[in-house]
Design a protein around this ligand. Structure first.
Ligand code: MG
Length: 389
């Protein structure tokens, strides 16, 4: 089998996503995805990766990963190059699963579980769209108790919120005053009042604070027993993370902003996190996400894949969670799952009673909907054996 065509798709009206399809001479097509700077990803795939991959056997996943990484490390571990590598790697695994007629969780090493608990990230449906019924972003600020009740009624027992983001801009995250601390802590209070301890609450900080402010925030939410405290600072100083971890009882979560096993090495060695989070579309694909999962297990740490990116990344993550024994929970965004995810890809992973599962069909078990290629906002970049030879 050989790779004959590589296609990237960007839908300008949907958001900053790039989908990669690897076509083969057997008719199998592998699907991958990444997020942010999608037109640059498409250009990088065409300029740098396609010449290395066209004509090659897609089943040699590890060899292709090393080729793409060796090329990419000329710049940095995280950027357009790592996003492109991640999407291509995801598509290679999809082909592998289809070629052997097995779902991805099987070819990743076999199934450990049949479903995994989810949490709902309380985002809006997407920028520029009417808020609609699933505007959980507005709800997390305006009616957090009601939002928690709504999630519980669906069997979802964990949620992620970011009430402190609104106050970070005032000081560029350098200081948080008593009034803002109190106001941003209020949603925790309201959720606990509404549903007690039935709901686990993760706090997302989006890398917006410095160390002293992060410590103050962590201590302010301690009485509400959050599930974790995520990405409070830019993840470029492991000693600062350790200091944070020593300063609070709230579990620390690090981080989908890191890429590759080398990006996680010091965090793991120093036990600077309590939960390991990755995004398959950024970390180096399924190849790398799996290795980091095993590394986390070695350090006795649970593993929680990121979503809030796209449907293909979610599907790949669910397969990985079926395989990894230390996977603990999968992020989902109901505002995305019930709006645009289904417009792009089919089928979506099944969610029942607050748990998500992977399909039993070969590979990812998910395809792009054919009609996305004829949308007015579709931008398709193609590399094939003919045009590059
Ligand atoms: Mg995050």
């Amino acid at each position: 089998m050989k790779i004959t065509k590589i296609e990237t798709l960007v839908l300008d009206d949907i958001g900053p996503y790039a989908w990669v399809q690897l076509h083969t001479d057997t008719g199998l097509v592998g699907l991958g995805e990444t997020t942010f700077h999608p037109h640059s990803v498409a250009a990088f795939v065409k300029e740098a990766l396609a010449p290395e991959l066209l004509g090659e056997d897609p089943l040699d996943i590890e060899r292709h990963w090393q080729t793409m990484y060796t090329m990419s490390r000329m710049t940095s571990n995280r950027g357009v190059n790592m996003c492109a590598l991640s999407a291509v790697d995801m598509a290679l695994w999809d082909i592998f699963g289809q070629a052997v007629g097995q779902p991805l969780y099987q070819v990743l090493g076999g199934r450990f579980r049949e479903s995994i608990r989810i949490y709902n990230t309380c985002a809006g449906s997407r920028p520029g769209q009417p808020a609609g019924q699933w505007d959980d972003l507005a709800a997390q600020w305006e009616r957090p108790g009601e939002l928690a009740e709504s999630l519980l009624s669906e069997g979802v027992t964990a949620m992620k919120v970011w009430p402190f983001d609104r106050y970070a801009g005032k000081t560029n995250g350098q200081f948080i005053g008593a009034q803002d601390l109190e106001a941003a802590t209020r949603p925790f209070h309201e959720i606990r009042e509404a549903v007690g301890d039935q709901m686990d609450i993760a706090l997302e900080l989006h890398n917006r604070w410095n160390l002293p402010a992060a410590i103050q925030i962590a201590r302010a939410v301690e009485p509400y027993s959050p599930m974790w405290f995520e990405d409070c600072m830019v993840m470029d100083n492991v000693e600062a993370l350790l200091e944070l971890k020593r300063s609070t009882t709230v579990p620390v979560c690090v981080s989908e902003t890191l890429s590759t096993r080398w990006g996680f090495r010091e965090v793991l060695e120093k036990l600077a996190t309590d939960i390991v989070m990755i995004d398959i579309g950024w970390v180096g694909g399924l190849s790398e996400a799996r290795k980091i999962g095993y590394a986390a297990e070695t350090y006795k740490l649970p593993y929680a894949p990121h979503d809030c990116t796209g449907p293909v990344t979610l599907m790949a993550s669910v397969h990985l969670c079926m395989h990894l024994p230390n996977a603990v929970i999968q992020e989902t965004v109901r505002a995305f799952l019930r709006t645009w995810y289904g417009e792009i890809a089919d089928p979506l992973p099944e969610i029942r009673d607050g748990h998500i599962s992977a399909p039993r069909s070969p590979g990812l078990g998910m395809k792009l909907r054919p009609e996305v290629f004829s949308r007015a906002d579709a931008r398709v970049t193609v590399s094939d054996l003919v045009s590059t030879s």
